[in-house]
Design a protein around this ligand. Structure first.
Ligand code: PMP
Length: 310
């Protein structure tokens, strides 16, 4: 396959089928399909969002020649936006809470972005506030703000959702996916509901996230978990939220690497753990779809594969 820009390599990722042969927990006759989003060129699902946000911004004239793109991000959105912005010759500035992976920050810088840090204790809320302040200060800047922007779920509604239906048709029993901004989950879920009205929708969060109630606290699984309920979930018929502990999420992430050759991040491990819980409750013949959002090598400095404390 010959392509003329790296952006043409975004999307149409493979789907890896797991059955009882690979995971004995999966009932015979059922399957889990994992959409391998870590194989996008920037190493994550957010390449789709970056491409969509920049295209939409240019089309709607929110972005012109010298616009600086400003965005609060844990990193993957920054990488996706930076790839798209680079192609459009735009500069980027990302506001990142300090605790997030150094590799992601290096990758954003490698793509030409400027990084602004906010204190870890202020979480993503602190990064959002700082990004808004920087945006207000600069006259020709654009703040896509993935947490509020309907273009976030739309990016997945128009790309990932149709790819799943193309490969699996209406035979999908459940869709299981992690929730950070909620863009992936709600965008894909709304598309799937149109084609499979009885589909079960299972959101995945780490312990310390608030979707199942309880107080917000820090967790090591990176990329998912919320401090507030994402607006994108409003009106969505979610059947359940699976809360996955750091221990369970990291154990599954390591198992995926060691036994299945999938070098994914901890939100993928959490998604797989939740998909296994889901498929175990369903009759034989069920098809559970999940998403592996990013690659594991961006967490090596956090000993993702070698830590022994959980
Ligand atoms: N996994 C990882 C590694 C991520 O970076 C993100 C986005 N923060 C997600 C999952 C969740 O995606 P979304 O923001 O679309 O809910």
């Amino acid at each position: 396959m010959i392509i003329d820009s790296i952006q043409m390599a975004i999307g149409d990722t493979p789907m890896l089928r797991f059955t009882h042969h690979q995971f004995e927990e999966i009932p015979k006759g059922s399957a889990i399909y994992a959409k391998l989003e870590y194989l996008n060129p920037g190493g994550s699902i957010k390449d789709r969002l970056g491409a969509y946000l920049i295209k939409e911004g240019i089309e709607q004239r929110k972005i012109t020649e010298n616009t600086v793109i400003i965005e609060p991000t844990a990193g993957n959105t920054g990488i996706g936006v930076a790839i798209a912005a680079q192609a459009a010759k735009l500069s980027t500035m990302f506001v990142v809470p300090e605790k997030f992976s150094l590799e992601k920050q290096e990758l954003m810088r490698a793509l030409g972005a400027e990084i602004v840090h906010t204190p870890t204790e202020e979480g993503i809320k602190g990064a959002i506030a700082e990004a808004k302040r920087l945006h207000a200060e600069r006259s020709n800047s654009y703040l896509p703000l993935q947490f509020d922007n309907p273009a976030n779920p739309e990016a997945y509604y128009h790309t990932l959702g149709p790819e799943l239906i193309k490969d699996l048709g209406s035979s999908i029993t459940s869709f299981v996916a992690g929730i950070g901004s909620g863009g992936t989950f709600s965008g894909v879920a709304r598309y799937l509901l149109k084609h499979v009205p009885l589909i079960r929708l299972i959101g995945v969060e780490p312990e310390g996230s608030i979707l199942n109630g309880g107080a917000s606290h820090s967790h090591e699984i990176e990329g998912i978990g919320v401090e507030f309920i994402p607006t994108f979930l409003e009106g969505l018929p979610v059947h359940d939220f699976a809360t996955i502990s750091d221990a369970e999420g990291f154990a599954m992430t390591r198992r995926l690497a060691k036994e299945h050759g999938t070098l994914v991040g901890s939100s993928s491990g959490a998604a797989m753990a939740a998909a296994l819980r889901e498929v175990a409750t369903l009759p034989a013949g069920s098809q559970v779809v999940t998403v592996f959002p990013d690659a594991g090598d961006r967490y090596l400095s956090k000993q993702i594969y070698s830590r022994t404390d959980y």
